[in-house]
Design a protein around this ligand. Structure first.
Ligand code: GLU
Length: 324
């Protein structure tokens, strides 16, 4: 039987289309990537099963007491700088919400940056007279001791141990340590973590000791820069991250599959760090911090960066205490 030419063409077109469809249907399996053994990329300096000593709250040195502002002028404080025309400040450039290089504007942003900028304005009379020096948390003390920066404003907790090596301002923010996990992890607090879990922290930070104090079962994984913990959690190498709530809030804002859980289990009092014996700079900055906290700058910085990510609560009052 003769087929109608139109029908013949239609049948050919259908066959071709079916072929394409079949090809499309069968292609995913044939396009699967070859099975090769690629090791999970890990950050340099990672330590699995780090041996961390539990920290005990150490108030033996009265850590929150700094030097009273007294009569130190901006000019006297500037004379202590390496270069009296530019103050160099150690910061983070990778801690979302605190000290973070915004890839769109290429500017440093965050709560620490706003506080530091207000200090620069008070000290230099010009907020642009600053050299920002990005660093990890582990570099903060050495950067001061080796004279690479005049001060450090980088989520740095005031502790007696650190007072031995550097000077601190008064507390400019009261943070606390919590836990970050994936939403489907079924982990609700740091005490849920067992010996089968891995929790990530930054080495040299106060975080590891705080975890060990409340949970001596869980395995600790440390990295030189706590920001690397985020990738380790996303790739499933660790089950949780634990550090200051400010830092965890920045990670949770970057990845909506993550959630902060459990109560705060430490007090992290942030101070500005100075080189040992540079008490004139510490005094001047303490006076500046009083003005910054009393004026609109402090609250504006908190409202802009931290208030919503931390659940909308008002910030705890900072403690202002002087030793002389
Ligand atoms: N605030 C804590 C500390 O200074 C943890 C955060 C950090 O390491 O920067 O150790």
């Amino acid at each position: 039987m003769n087929q109608h030419p139109y029908r013949t063409r239609l049948a050919a077109a259908c066959a071709a289309a079916t072929g394409l469809l079949l090809a499309a249907c069968t292609s995913p399996s044939s396009m699967e990537p070859p099975q090769v053994d690629v090791p999970t990329p890990l950050p340099a300096g990672i330590v699995f099963d780090a041996d961390v000593t539990a920290s005990v709250p150490d108030d033996s040195c009265d850590p929150l007491s700094s030097y009273s502002p007294g009569t130190v002028t901006a000019e006297q404080a500037r004379a202590t700088l390496d270069n009296p025309d530019v103050v160099s400040i150690g910061v983070s450039q990778s801690t979302n919400l605190m000290g973070y290089a915004d890839p769109v504007t290429n500017k440093l942003t965050g709560f620490d940056i706003d506080i530091a900028t207000a200090v620069v304005q008070a000290l230099m009379g010009d907020a642009t007279k600053v050299k920002w020096v990005p660093m990890t948390s582990g570099e903060r003390e050495s950067a001061l001791n080796e004279d690479r920066v005049d001060m450090v404003v980088r989520t740095m907790s005031i502790t007696c141990d650190r007072w031995e090596k550097i000077e601190f301002s008064t507390e400019y923010y009261k943070a606390g340590q919590r836990l970050l996990v994936t939403k489907d992890a079924g982990i609700e607090s740091v005490t849920d973590l067992t010996a089968d879990h891995h929790v990530c922290t930054g080495e040299t930070s106060t975080s590891g000791g705080n975890i060990a104090a409340v949970n001596d079962q869980v395995k600790q994984v440390t990295v030189p820069d706590f920001n690397d913990c985020l990738v380790l959690l996303q790739q499933g190498t660790v089950d949780a991250i634990s550090t200051d709530d400010t830092i965890l809030a920045g990670m949770a804002a970057q990845d909506p599959t993550l959630v902060i859980v459990g109560e705060t289990f430490s007090v992290e009092s942030y101070g500005i760090g100075f080189q040992k014996d540079n008490t004139d700079l510490a005094r001047f900055v303490n006076g500046a911090l009083e003005d910054i906290a009393a004026g609109p700058t402090w609250q504006a910085a908190y409202d802009e960066w931290l208030k919503v990510p931390l659940g909308g609560a008002e910030a705890a009052d900072r403690t202002v205490q002087y030793r002389d």
